[in-house]
Structures are given as structure tokens and as C-alpha cells.
Write a protein that binds this ligand. Structure first.
Ligand SMILES: Cc1ncc(COP(=O)(O)O)c(C=O)c1O
Length: 459
């Protein structure tokens, strides 16, 4: 910081040149003491092979799903698209620090500069690229927050693919502009549950105004892809290849923090299926495992859908109808329908198997926070840093604020790195609910989890 008379000059943004953008994705698995348990075929209970996944995914992505290589080269065509918004900026939140009167240094890696407004295009682009390369015509998917559907529609437009999106009902109703954005990129959107699929019709029978869930929307998109030879399915989170693609975030952040001579004491992110959190934290976890730094790595989930902190570690389906392979993960049960909280991207009953495994190994911590505390942090953040966060990363911000306050109590400087994985400019109804005092913190009694936990198959 330099004092130049009237103005105090801080460095706010740490930016990288396009030539400094990472050219490889990082795969954490070979650096772990043990690999995660494999997905199982629900019929045979044997590990799934490439042929089981081939009706849904192109072979390049299947190979990335199971790769043992530490690094995977990013294709030139993908790098060229990434350069539309990458490298993304790392910010030091000086004004937030001042408002909290904390000795903590708070950094946030901002993914809201992407075409969709979040981290989701980091994987949508390679997924569309590999599908186009394999001759696929159409991709189906689900979307919770609307961010993933937007990202995939954008990526499909670039690679000449059709894109069909099942948007979780609660999100479809809250966010009409997400639908329009997906359509602007050329995609088609259905409210989920829909009457177009078996899985959707079964849910509509139970409740014609069903708020939907990510698990149900996944079932619908998978059902359609599985029935059409020229159609594949793409998932915006959870799977290894998705987490792999997101590691560009953490690789950039490592370079950016090094430029200002800082190492984090806390790396914190929100977790729905785990992809933005893994994307930021896995490169730091690599450094930690190698003894080069020792940050606490903290996953923050919503109190109404706490798969890590209140779920069980078991083989369960990734979707509600039971069409996916069985994944060993932290789960609330594939039948669990979370309350329609505003962070639609965090309403997933499970957690990525790789993230769950890393949690079981004790390499990361987790905490659940209710939405009003998250929005309180988000509003403070907006009023100091000028960015309105997406509802999902408000969870990470709330945890960062807690830690900054704790640092003040302890009177110790600490370096906090958080993932601001998206902006909330199309999520303003959530802010309206918070500002009007209508937002509530849903309490989920154990009995409700007990019911859905009973749906977990006995393996
Ligand atoms: C902005 C944003 N953040 C976070 C998430 C949660 O997903 P993940 O845990 O895979 O990052 C979503 C998912 O839709 C999202 O749109």
C-alpha cells in the first residue's frame, strides 16, 4: 500500500496475462494415499467400465473420468475459448476487510466474469468440445441455479451442438431470465419435473406443482439421452472429469497469490456437487500434501441440504429415479427433496465421490450454514466490494466473514482465499426476499433425513 496524499493506493486485482494461463488440468487422485472407491453397476454391483458409460459420454471424457495421470493437457480449441474470459481475476477485498475491522487478508477468485456468470463454462466448454469431436448431435442436461444450463448452451453454440435443459422447477419459477439466456444461446428449456419423461411424470403424479430437485432433473436428462443414439448427457458437477476441468481456477489462484507473496491459511468454497470447491482447492491440496503450505480447506454447504455434515457415506444413486451408476458418496438419500432455498445450485442430495473421499481421508473440513447468514455476508460484500454474489458462493462468504471475525478476536493476521464462483445478477429475487425480511432459515429435522436415508440401496 502506498500513501499518495489524498488517495491510498492498494492493489485490488491480481491479474495474469493470457500467456500465463494454465495449459493443463490437475488430477488429484494420484496424489492421494488411496484412490476413491469406483462407481458400481446397480445390476451387477461390479465397477462400471467404459462401455457402461458410452451411451451417455464421449470416450475422451470417460478416459478423463478414470485417468491416473496427474496432469491432462487442455486442447488448443478449449484454451482458445477459455481466453474469452480467462485468466479470471483474483481480488483482495480491502473494503470488506476494513468494514470487518479485521487483520485478515481476504482474497476472492472471481469466476463471474465468464459468459454464463460463473465457473460452469470451465467444464461446459471441454464437454461440448469432446462431444462435438465424437460426432454427437445433441446434449441433454439438468440445471439447478440456471448457471450450468446457460454455460452448456453457450458451449454448445460454439461447437454446433443442440442443447436441451431440464431446469429444476423452483429455479425455473424464480429465474425467468436464466431461461431466456439459455434460449439466447440457442438452447431449449423444460421445467422439471416435466411430462416429457417417465421420471418426470412419476413426480408430477405425486405433486403437480413439484418444486423439483437436481436429482429429478438429472433423471429426466439421462432418460432422454439414454434413449437417443445421437444424444449424450452432460453433468455440471459431481464427476471426476468435471472437477478436473475446474482446476484451472486453483492453478491460476496459486500463480496469482505467489505474485503478491501470500500463501493461504484458509481456502474456503461452497459445495453443491463439489466442482467449484474442488476446482479452487485441489491444486492447494496438492501443495499441502507436498508440504509446501498448510491451509485449512473448508467446504461450506447449505443447512437445508447438508450432505457432508449430516449425510452418510454410502453407495447411492446420483439421480432420483435410480438410472445412474451407484456412487460412493456423502448422501442424504436420492429421494431427498431439499427445501426450495435460493441457492438452487446447492440443492443436490449427494456430493462428488472424489470430494467425499477426500473428506473421509480427513483432508478437508466442512460446515453447514443457513441462508440468512449467507445473505447478510453477501449484502455486506456487495456494499463494500461492488459485486452481487450468486446465492451459492454467499455460503463461502459467510464462512470467510466468520473467519475474519475470529482473526480479529485472536488479533492474528490470517490469509483467507475464497471462491466467488458466480455473480447474482439474475438471482435478484433472492436478494428481494432477504431485503424484504421474507427469507427464512428452514430447519430440517432428523426425521426427514431418516426417511430419505432409507431410500439408499443396501450394497
Ligand atoms: C454459481 C454456482 N455456484 C455453485 C454451484 C454448485 O455446484 P458446484 O458445487 O459443483 O460448484 C452452482 C451450481 O449450479 C452454481 O451455479
Amino acid at each position: 500500500m502506498a500513501d499518495t496524499g489524498d488517495a491510498i493506493v492498494h492493489q485490488h486485482k491480481i491479474v495474469l496475462d493470457e500467456s500465463e494461463m494454465p495449459t493443463r488440468w490437475y488430477n488429484l487422485i494420484p496424489d492421494l494415499p488411496a484412490p476413491p472407491p469406483p462407481p458400481l453397476h446397480p445390476g451387477t454391483l461390479q465397477p462400471v467400465g467404459p462401455d457402461d458409460l458410452a451411451p451417455l459420454f464421449p470416450m475422451d471424457l470417460i478416459l478423463q473420468e478414470v485417468t491416473g495421470e496427474r496432469f491432462v493437457d487442455i486442447p488448443g480449441e478449449v484454451l482458445d475459448v477459455y481466453r474469452l474470459w480467462r485468466p479470471s481475476p483474483l481480488y483482495r477485498a480491502h473494503r470488506l476487510e476494513k468494514a470487518l475491522d479485521t487483520p485478515a487478508h481476504i482474497y476472492f477468485k472471481y469466476e463471474g466474469v465468464s459468459p454464463a456468470g460463473s465457473h460452469k463454462p470451465n467444464t461446459a466448454v471441454p464437454q461440448a468440445y469432446y462431444n462435438a469431436k465424437a460426432g454427437v448431435r445433441r446434449i441433454t442436461t439438468e440445471t439447478g441455479a440456471g448457471q450450468w444450463g446457460t454455460a452448456l448452451a453457450f458451449a454448445c453454440a460454439l461447437f454446433g451442438l443442440e442443447c436441451e435443459v431440464w431446469q429444476v422447477g423452483a429455479s425455473y419459477d424464480q429465474k425467468p431470465y436464466r431461461k431466456l439466456m439459455i434460449e439466447t444461446f440457442g438452447g431449449t428449456v423444460h421445467r422439471s419435473p416435466s411430462a416429457l419423461t417417465e421420471a418426470g411424470r412419476a413426480q408430477l403424479k405425486v405433486d403437480p406443482d413439484h418444486p423439483g430437485s437436481l436429482g429429478i432433473a438429472i433423471s429426466e436428462a439421462v432418460e432422454v439421452a439414454a434413449q437417443s443414439p445421437d444424444t449424450n448427457y452432460a453433468l455440471g458437477s459431481v464427476l471426476n472429469h468435471v472437477l478436473l476441468h475446474q482446476t484451472v481456477i486453483g492453478e491460476e489462484a496459486l500463480l496469482q497469490l505467489a505474485k503478491v507473496g501470500e500463501t493461504p491459511d484458509l481456502v474456503v468454497g461452497c459445495t453443491g456437487g463439489g466442482s467449484n470447491f474442488a476446482g479452487l482447492s485441489f491444486p492447494f491440496l496438492r501443495e499441502k500434501l507436498a508440504g509446501r503450505m498448510s491451509p485449512t480447506i473448508l467446504a461450506v454447504e447449505p443447512a437445508s441440504c447438508p450432505s457432508l455434515t449430516r449425510g452418510v457415506y454410502a453407495y447411492d444413486f446420483g439421480d432420483t429415479a435410480g438410472m445412474t451408476p451407484l456412487l460412493k458418496m456423502h448422501t442424504l438419500g436420492h429421494d431427498f427433496v431439499p427445501d426450495p432455498i435460493h441457492a438452487g445450485g446447492l440443492r443436490y442430495h449427494g456430493m462428488s465421490p472424489l470430494m467425499s473421499h477426500v473428506y473421509e481421508l480427513g483432508l478437508i473440513d466442512a460446515v453447514a450454514i443457513a441462508q440468512r447468514e449467507c445473505f447478510e455476508a453477501a449484502v455486506l460484500f456487495a456494499r463494500t466490494e461492488g459485486i452481487v454474489p450468486a446465492p451459492e458462493p454467499t455460503h463461502a462468504l459467510a464462512a470467510a466473514v466468520r473467519e475474519a471475525k475470529a482473526a480479529k478476536e485472536r488479533g492474528e493476521p490470517t490469509v483467507i482465499l475464497t471462491a466467488l464462483c458466480g455473480h447474482g445478477l439474475l438471482d435478484l429475487t433472492a436478494y428481494e426476499a432477504y431485503l424484504d425480511g421474507r427469507m427464512v432459515d428452514e430447519e430440517v429435522p432428523d426425521a426427514r433425513f431418516a426417511e430419505s436415508l432409507a431410500s439408499i440401496p443396501q450394497v
